[in-house]
Design a protein around this ligand. Structure first.
Ligand code: SF4
Ligand code: SF4
Length: 415
């Protein structure tokens, strides 16, 4: 049944030079631009309970994954880290590099946007770098106040084979290309007379998605990913901050906040049952909150899983087509079809709509917290089960803790 339209969003075409596209938002999907937000709560939580990167907070399971990767994944991950390391290192010091050109003082928003599009970034937006989303370990690192949000599209065809090594090649390969393109874009900004600090996609300074939403580049999906207009969650995100004079974009209501409540495909198809149907208020934001501990064991053992990306109609068909279909029919494009919802889950075989792989409880038992937290947890359990340790065991434990503390935390992730 045809739905009345609330408003039409106009966005640049998918690639540089493409004509603009129009996205109709049905009346029953319209909510607010960006995401429902309680500013006071967000500020309170960021001040009193500041966020830390998962690469530190969940270091124990991030180390554990290396012990369960299948051999092919292990090899590819090692190769990716070797390729990526110089890019991450270059990003880390990029904010210290001096500009090479002379600033004119004029607003250079459109020059940067054009350059980013020419380089191949599919989405480009400008917003304030919102320090409330900064990770504790990065608070002193971030130098400039204006955020340039850029997203690079991951290959369409390879992504549809998820979960698979082919899709993992696309996933990690996109980050490698993006890391190099960011160096070019930062050089360009410096040539215009301004600093440019690269926030690597593999060494995040903050939760990036809220800033992408504020810059109008999409809305948060129930799968916990940014749904961008052209390629949904195939958008690989990074940022550059600068002091250059720029004009901020505005948040947009694409209808996604409500559309996800109607769609629910990713929630229903998640093999780990890690996605939740109902939205909750989390740190001042209303969202579907992913259950990390149910996702991680699946991702680690099944080629990165990402079924939630594969089955998302916005990823598969693009936002214009999905929203036009909804306006015309009141239905979710592809929902209930094998084309959208079916996936082959490695050795488990094919799962069509309504079918899910089963896992036992043990499958979800993974190390929790930081490395030292996990060590303490194991030590406590041993104390309770076996009584006081021998002097030798106690010294071994102390040495292990010390080695973790001396080594320190790394903010670099395994994306
Ligand atoms: S990656 Fe897999 S297990 Fe994790 S949320 Fe997505 S579909 Fe679920
Ligand atoms: S699959 Fe549906 S519910 Fe999930 S993120 Fe995509 S649009 Fe939202």
């Amino acid at each position: 049944m045809t739905q009345p339209v609330s408003h039409v969003v106009t966005r640049p075409g998918r690639k540089h030079g493409d004509t603009d596209v129009q996205i109709p938002v049905a009346q029953d999907l319209a909510t607010v631009p960006g995401i429902p937000l309680r500013e006071a709560d967000l500020s309170f939580y960021s001040r009193v309970y500041p966020q830390e990167t998962q690469n530190i907070e969940k270091a124990a399971d991030r180390q554990w994954v290396w012990t369960v990767y299948p051999p092919e994944v292990l090899e590819h991950r090692k190769r990716h880290d070797e390729v990526n390391e110089p890019l991450v290192d270059a990003a880390a010091v990029s904010g210290d590099l001096e500009p090479t050109g002379t600033p004119t003082g004029e607003d250079i928003t459109e020059l940067i946007r054009l350059k980013a599009r020419e380089l191949g970034f599919g989405e480009v937006g400008f917003t304030k770098y919102d320090r409330r989303h900064t990770y504790t370990s990065k608070k002193r690192w971030v130098k400039f106040d204006h955020a340039i949000c850029v997203a690079l599209e991951q290959d369409y065809v390879q992504t549809q084979s998820l979960p698979s090594m082919d899709a993992e090649f696309a996933h990690f390969g996109t980050y490698e290309i993006e890391g190099a393109l960011l160096l070019d874009l930062a050089d360009y900004i410096r040539s215009l007379g301004y600093h440019a600090q690269i926030h690597s996609p593999n060494d995040n300074s903050a939760a990036y998605i809220p800033m992408f939403v504020a810059a109008g580049l999409g809305q948060l999906g129930a799968n916990g990913q940014l749904l961008s207009p052209h390629f949904g969650s195939r958008a690989r995100l990074a940022m550059i901050t600068t002091e250059a004079p720029v004009t901020y974009d505005e948040a947009v209501d694409y209808g996604i906040h409500q559309f996800c409540q109607v769609c629910q495909v990713c929630v229903n198809r998640c093999p780990g049952r890690a996605l939740v149907r109902d939205k909750v208020w989390w740190r001042g934001v209303e969202k579907n909150k992913l259950i990390y501990e149910r996702c991680r064991p699946v991702m680690a053992r099944y080629d990165g899983c990402a079924v939630c990306m594969k089955v998302c109609p916005i990823q598969r068909f693009g936002m214009p087509a999905v929203m036009e279909h909804y306006v015309a029919t009141g239905e979710v494009l592809g929902k209930g079809t094998h084309l959208l919802e079916g996936y082959t889950f490695l050795e488990r075989g094919y799962f069509g709509p309504g079918e899910l792989p089963q896992f036992d409880r043990q499958f979800f038992e993974i190390p929790h917290g930081r490395n030292e937290d996990w060590l303490f947890q194991q030590f406590k359990e041993k104390l309770m089960n076996e009584g006081l340790p021998s002097e030798e065991d106690a010294v071994t434990f102390a040495k292990q803790v010390r080695s973790i503390l001396v080594k320190g935390n790394s903010t670099i992730g395994d994306e």
